[in-house]
Write a protein that binds this ligand. Structure first.
Ligand code: NAI
Ligand code: MG
Length: 788
């Protein structure tokens, strides 16, 4: 049986475009403003290459006026409070629903995606995002008491889900009291401009939302604008890295949702008919132009041929064509540039000797179409298995054991999503934690909801959109406003240092303290040591001068330690309490060491030790309590938001508070199951080098904490650029922060730096808190079928 066409009318959308003379200006400060350069560019309909409308190209001057409008609107938007903001967001949601069909048709025309998808998925989810975040606006003052808005947010979105990405960006930003300047992608600006009209219609205060169209250079001007306090970006990993580097050291917040090469894993007991439909949704949804597309099919060998055969039958039935035909499964590729990229990668895949299969029918020729394509028997190192194709191309390979499935799944620099197919819930839940990805779908794929966080591990970026976890991207802790430009140092004791080193319990001043790697004391590779002076400039001893090789050994030791990350929170808590107990036993010795280095009074040194013990208790308490959530998503799922450790983290400690600064940073990181490489205070390293004895006697597995002493700048540079370090915290100078953020961008390691601002580590409000745990974890959302 052959389906006839079921065309959706484009007449209303065309009338809408005609009413605007098929030409749109920039939406700035609640009004339409012509671009200052006078240039307009065309957005076409990729299914027939026909121009739809001209849109303005914003240059740096236009970006400036949009940012100025947002800045001016900010105080008023904050002042009206969460409830009023909730009313506006609710009004936006209602308006989107009332104009849902116009949005859906316009989106299908501008992007080329099937109306079936814009009507049933994109636009309903857009409305859902505004409703959900209307709720968060309402709840901000009670649920997020410690937080305030970030300020003016620059948002840059891609073309694959134009209005949906707009809603993911704008809804949480507005809810939390920020104002925004958003730049849609150049191929697909039209629904964003229709959204601007809706903002006008509901009487949204001027300047709260500004929409400026233009190419990458417009985006770059927005990124670099000094009055923008945060950038939220979705797009390619390459541009994500450019952005991370552009704003390094500025203190601007950033969230990056980047590319992927997500695995779709099928175990032999899976329901293969469901799997086939899952694959259709994973890789042929939106023509495969989906950051989290299940583009790598990993199949258990015993069923591989059977599944490929079924898939080919299904692929033969897929319909490619006019997106406005409701019977169409696959629409047009967004632009000829993208078709070319897909085509080149497919040709490369064929040249590299992988088996390729396409349906027998031809694609329409009047637009930019590409047939669904299946590669089988692909080698894991093939370029088509590693590079994001961003098209309807599925790459399949088989596995023999569960271990191999996990290894193949993680054999990528990305980590956005994964889909698991098995009828065995035990197997699914055993595999889910082993996958390095921000989202794991069990027996489903490409499901999204405003209540669940979405975002990447590794080079798929960082930050989450949706859920409570997404709100942290658009808020700032109020306490940060009280951090100081100068470090808080203990008062030098008037009575002077109590005697000499040996009277302070340090009998072996001539000994150069060693470093600590893999649970053993380690001599520095270079054989150098550094002289250390006290706060008055008197020589007090020497530490090992670590170098690149020492860092490499420490990172290797951290990676080799699988026992610590594998322990339960309860077990880790026991070890942390033991550390605290052992430190308490040696409190005088540690206090004396502090006196020796900082010349503070013994009383204040003892206070630093006491606070350190208390802080260890705090994170020990949290080790089994910083748990996840079960998000209330709208599908038939329960969605577990699990905070997982980041992996191997580098921690560059503050120079001040030699003991407490070390404890306050290292302990939360290990409490969450990370292994760490620590650079202690450069000026006062002995509290850290003494600490190995505590670690040795407290059942801490070797490789959990590795301590490398020496030049902070040099060592943190090595750590920031190290490919096997997954995250880095840096407490130091402004310049150091910039360098760390620049270098960390290359493998997209998560970085958390102090931008040269100082905490008073003795002050509980500054020195501890859930923010340390949040920065030591990343959230994985696991979607499990639930209910009927
Ligand atoms: P892109 O990353 O260049 O574009 C995304 C957005 O960033 C657009 O609005 C663009 O104007 C803007 N942009 C470009 N350069 C910029 C810069 N230097 N500073 C600030 N903003 C800038 O992606 P493009 O070129 O459209 O697609 C290329 C490839 O990227 C695709 O083939 C696909 O592999 C990947 N991609 C991934 C997406 C995802 O959701 N993960 C979305 C779009 C593309
Ligand atoms: Mg277009």
């Amino acid at each position: 049986m052959v389906y006839g066409p079921a065309p959706e009318s484009a007449s209303q959308a065309n009338e809408y475009l005609e009413a605007h003379g098929r030409k749109f200006d920039l939406f700035i400060n609640g009004a339409w403003q012509a671009p200052s350069c006078g240039v307009y560019f065309e957005s076409i309909s990729p299914s027939n290459k026909q121009p739809l409308a001209k849109v303005a190209e914003a240059n740096a001057a236009d970006v400036d006026s949009a940012v100025a409008a947002a800045k001016k609107a900010l105080p008023g938007w904050v002042a009206i409070g969460g409830h009023q903001r909730a009313r506006y967001l609710y009004a936006l949601a209602r308006q989107i629903q009332k104009h849902a069909r116009l949005f859906a048709v316009l989106e299908a025309m501008d992007n080329g995606k099937p109306i079936r998808e814009t009507r049933d998925i994109d636009i309903p989810l857009v409305a859902r995002h505004f409703y959900h975040h209307a709720g968060w606006a309402q709840l901000m003052s009670t649920e997020l008491k410690e937080f305030r808005e970030v300020g003016v947010i620059g948002q840059i979105i891609p073309w694959n889900f134009p209005l949906l990405m707009l809603s993911w960006k704008i809804a949480p930003a507005l809810a939390m009291g920020n104002t925004v300047v958003l730049k849609p992608a150049e191929y697909t600006p039209l629904t964003a401009l229709l959204f601007a009209e809706i903002c006008q219609n509901i009487g949204l205060p001027k300047g709260v939302v500004n929409i400026i169209t233009g190419p990458g250079s417009t985006g770059a001007a927005l990124v670099n604008h000094p009055d923008v306090q945060k950038i939220a970006f979705t797009g390619s990993t390459d541009v994500g890295k450019v952005i991370r580097k552009a704003i390094a050291g500025t203190g601007k917040k950033v969230s990056l949702e980047l590319g992927g090469k997500s695995p779709f894993i099928v175990f032999e007991d899976a329901d293969l008919d469901s799997v086939v439909e899952g694959v259709v949704d994973a890789i042929w949804f939106n023509q495969g132009q989906v950051c989290c597309a299940g583009s790598r099919l990993l199949v258990e060998e015993s069923i591989a041929e059977k599944l490929y055969a079924k898939l080919k039958v299904r692929m033969e039935q897929l319909k490619v064509g006019n997106p406005l035909d409701k019977c169409i499964d696959i629409g047009a590729i967004v632009d000829k540039v993208q078709v070319k990229t897909i085509d080149e990668l497919v040709k490369k895949g064929i040249m590299e000797g992988n088996d390729v299969w396409q349906p027998s029918w031809p694609c329409p020729t009047e637009g930019y179409f590409f047939p669904p394509t299946l590669f089988t028997n692909v080698s894991p190192s093939a370029s088509i298995a590693q590079e994001e194709i961003f098209g309807p191309v599925l790459v399949a390979m088989s596995f023999r054991s569960h271990k191999e499935a996990v290894a193949l799944a993680n054999n990528t620099r990305y980590g956005l999503a994964c889909s698991l197919w098995t009828e065995d819930i035990n197997l699914a839940l055993a595999i889910a934690p082993q996958i390095k990805a921000g989202t794991v779908w069990i027996n489903c794929t490409n499901v999204f909801d405003a209540a669940a966080g979405f975002g990447g591990y590794r080079e798929s970026g960082f930050g989450r959109e949706g859920g409570r976890e997404g709100l942290y991207e658009y808020t700032k802790l109020k306490i940060e406003d009280t951090f100081t430009d100068k470090p808080v140092l203990p008062k030098v004791s008037k009575s002077g240092k109590v005697g000499n080193a040996s009277q302070n319990g340090i009998h072996d001043i001539d000994r150069t303290t060693k470093m600590y790697v893999g649970g053993k004391q380690a001599r520095p590779d270079g054989g150098y040591s550094t002289r250390i002076k006290d706060s008055s400039g008197n020589y007090i001893g020497e530490v090992s001068a670590g170098n690149r090789k020492d860092i490499r050994n420490a990172v290797e030791a951290a990676h080799a330690n699988t026992s610590w990350p594998g322990m339960t929170g309860h077990a880790r808590a026991q070890v942390l309490y033991f550390i605290a107990e052992n430190l308490a036993i040696r409190r005088e010795e540690f206090a004396n060491r502090l006196v020796l280095m900082t010349n503070q009074s013994l009383e204040s040194a003892l206070e630093e030790v006491e606070k350190s013990i208390e802080r260890i208790y705090y994170y020990a308490a949290f080790a089994d309590k910083y748990d996840g959530m079960a998000h209330s998503t709208i599908q038939r799922n329960v969605t577990l938001a699990m905070p997982e450790s980041i992996g191997v983290m580098a921690i560059v400690c503050p120079d001040e508070s030699p003991l407490l600064g070390f404890i306050s940073t290292v302990i939360p990181a290990i409490a969450m199951g990370n292994n760490v490489v620590v650079i202690p205070s450069e000026t006062a390293p002995f509290s850290a080098t003494d600490f190995y004895q505590i670690l040795d006697t407290s059942d801490v597995p070797g490789g959990t904490v590795n301590i490398i002493t020496g030049a902070k700048d040099e060592l943190s540079t090595e750590l920031a650029k190290h490919d096997n370090v997954d995250g880095i915290w840096y407490f130091g100078s402004k310049e150091g922060c910039k360098k760390v953020e620049l270098l960390a961008a290359d493998n997209m390691k998560r970085s958390w730096v102090n931008y040269g601002k100082h905490r008073n580590w003795l002050d509980q409000a500054h020195g501890e808190g859930e923010v340390f745990l949040r920065q030591a974890t990343q959230i994985k959302n696991i979607w499990i079928p639930y209910g009927i």
